[in-house]
Design a protein around this ligand. Structure first.
Ligand SMILES: Nc1nc2c(ncn2[C@@H]2O[C@H](COP(=O)(O)OP(=O)(O)O)[C@@H](O)[C@H]2O)c(=O)[nH]1
Ligand SMILES: [Mg+2]
Length: 214
């Protein structure tokens, strides 16, 4: 097994910003124009973590494509991606679109099965926080995050903004680092994946002020 390759898989509903997060991380670019992702794509980017070079292989599982697949096919696809090497999965939603949480429920449910078999780390990513309006929905969103942190599939929660780059690099790097910690602790203890859940945590790095980031 080549331990210096790390797979990162992005799943989530339509238009939540999966492709935008990948473009921001890989090329530091952002486009306001929406281009539908067709099928499944992957791109690579090298990072250095604790002095080691790691090649991140980033898989974009388009919401449209995954919606067309029957559940067993989706599980099979995730199983084949998770079967070798280090893997981290980002479940992305739009912090301004409560309906995008439906896909979160759906994917976290599927990932419960995947996590029984494979050592994967799952990060819930709330994207588009630049457009976030602090309205009465705030309590609802906070409750959602707290609820998902207790979900057996969810290891980490983080908010990002692909538009201005807020927390994007941190999200990818934290996922890689935490996936490796999880995998190493399992290797050292020889436990089966289903017996280990890393301590769930919410990562907040800076306070976000969209105006300062333009
Ligand atoms: N304001 C804002 N718009 C975003 C952000 N990320 C993505 N978008 C926009 O949301 C739309 C859908 O993004 P896309 O990455 O294609 O979503 P995907 O279907 O999940 O891959 C596009 O018009 C993007 O420009 C963000 O952080 N902030
Ligand atoms: Mg896309």
């Amino acid at each position: 097994m080549n331990t210096n390759i790390h797979k990162i898989i992005l799943v989530g509903g339509h238009q939540v910003g999966k492709s935008a997060l990948i473009n921001r991380f890989i090329s530091e670019e952002f486009s306001v124009t929406y281009t539908k992702t067709i099928g499944i794509e992957f791109q690579t980017k090298c990072i250095t973590l604790d002095g080691s070079a790691i090649k991140c292989q980033i898989w974009d599982l388009s919401g449209h494509y995954m919606d067309m697949c029957p559940r067993y096919f989706m599980i099979q696809m995730l199983r084949s991606l998770c079967s070798k090497g280090h893997v981290g999965i980002m479940v992305v939603y739009d912090v301004n679109d409560v309906s995008s949480l439906d896909s979160v429920d759906h994917y976290l449910d599927i990932l419960c099965d995947i996590k029984k078999e494979f050592k994967v780390c799952v990060m819930l990513v709330g994207n588009k926080c630049d457009e976030r309006e602090y309205t009465s929905d705030e309590d609802f969103r906070e409750e959602s995050v707290q609820k998902y942190l207790k979900h057996p599939s969810c290891d980490i929660c983080m908010e990002t903004c692909a538009k201005y780059g807020y927390n994007v690099e941190q999200a990818f790097i934290s996922l890689v680092a935490t996936s490796r910690e999880t995998s190493d602790s399992l290797n050292n203890s020889n436990k089966s994946p289903s017996t280990v859940k890393i301590a769930s945590r919410r990562i907040k790095i800076d306070s976000f002020d969209g105006c300062n980031l333009q």
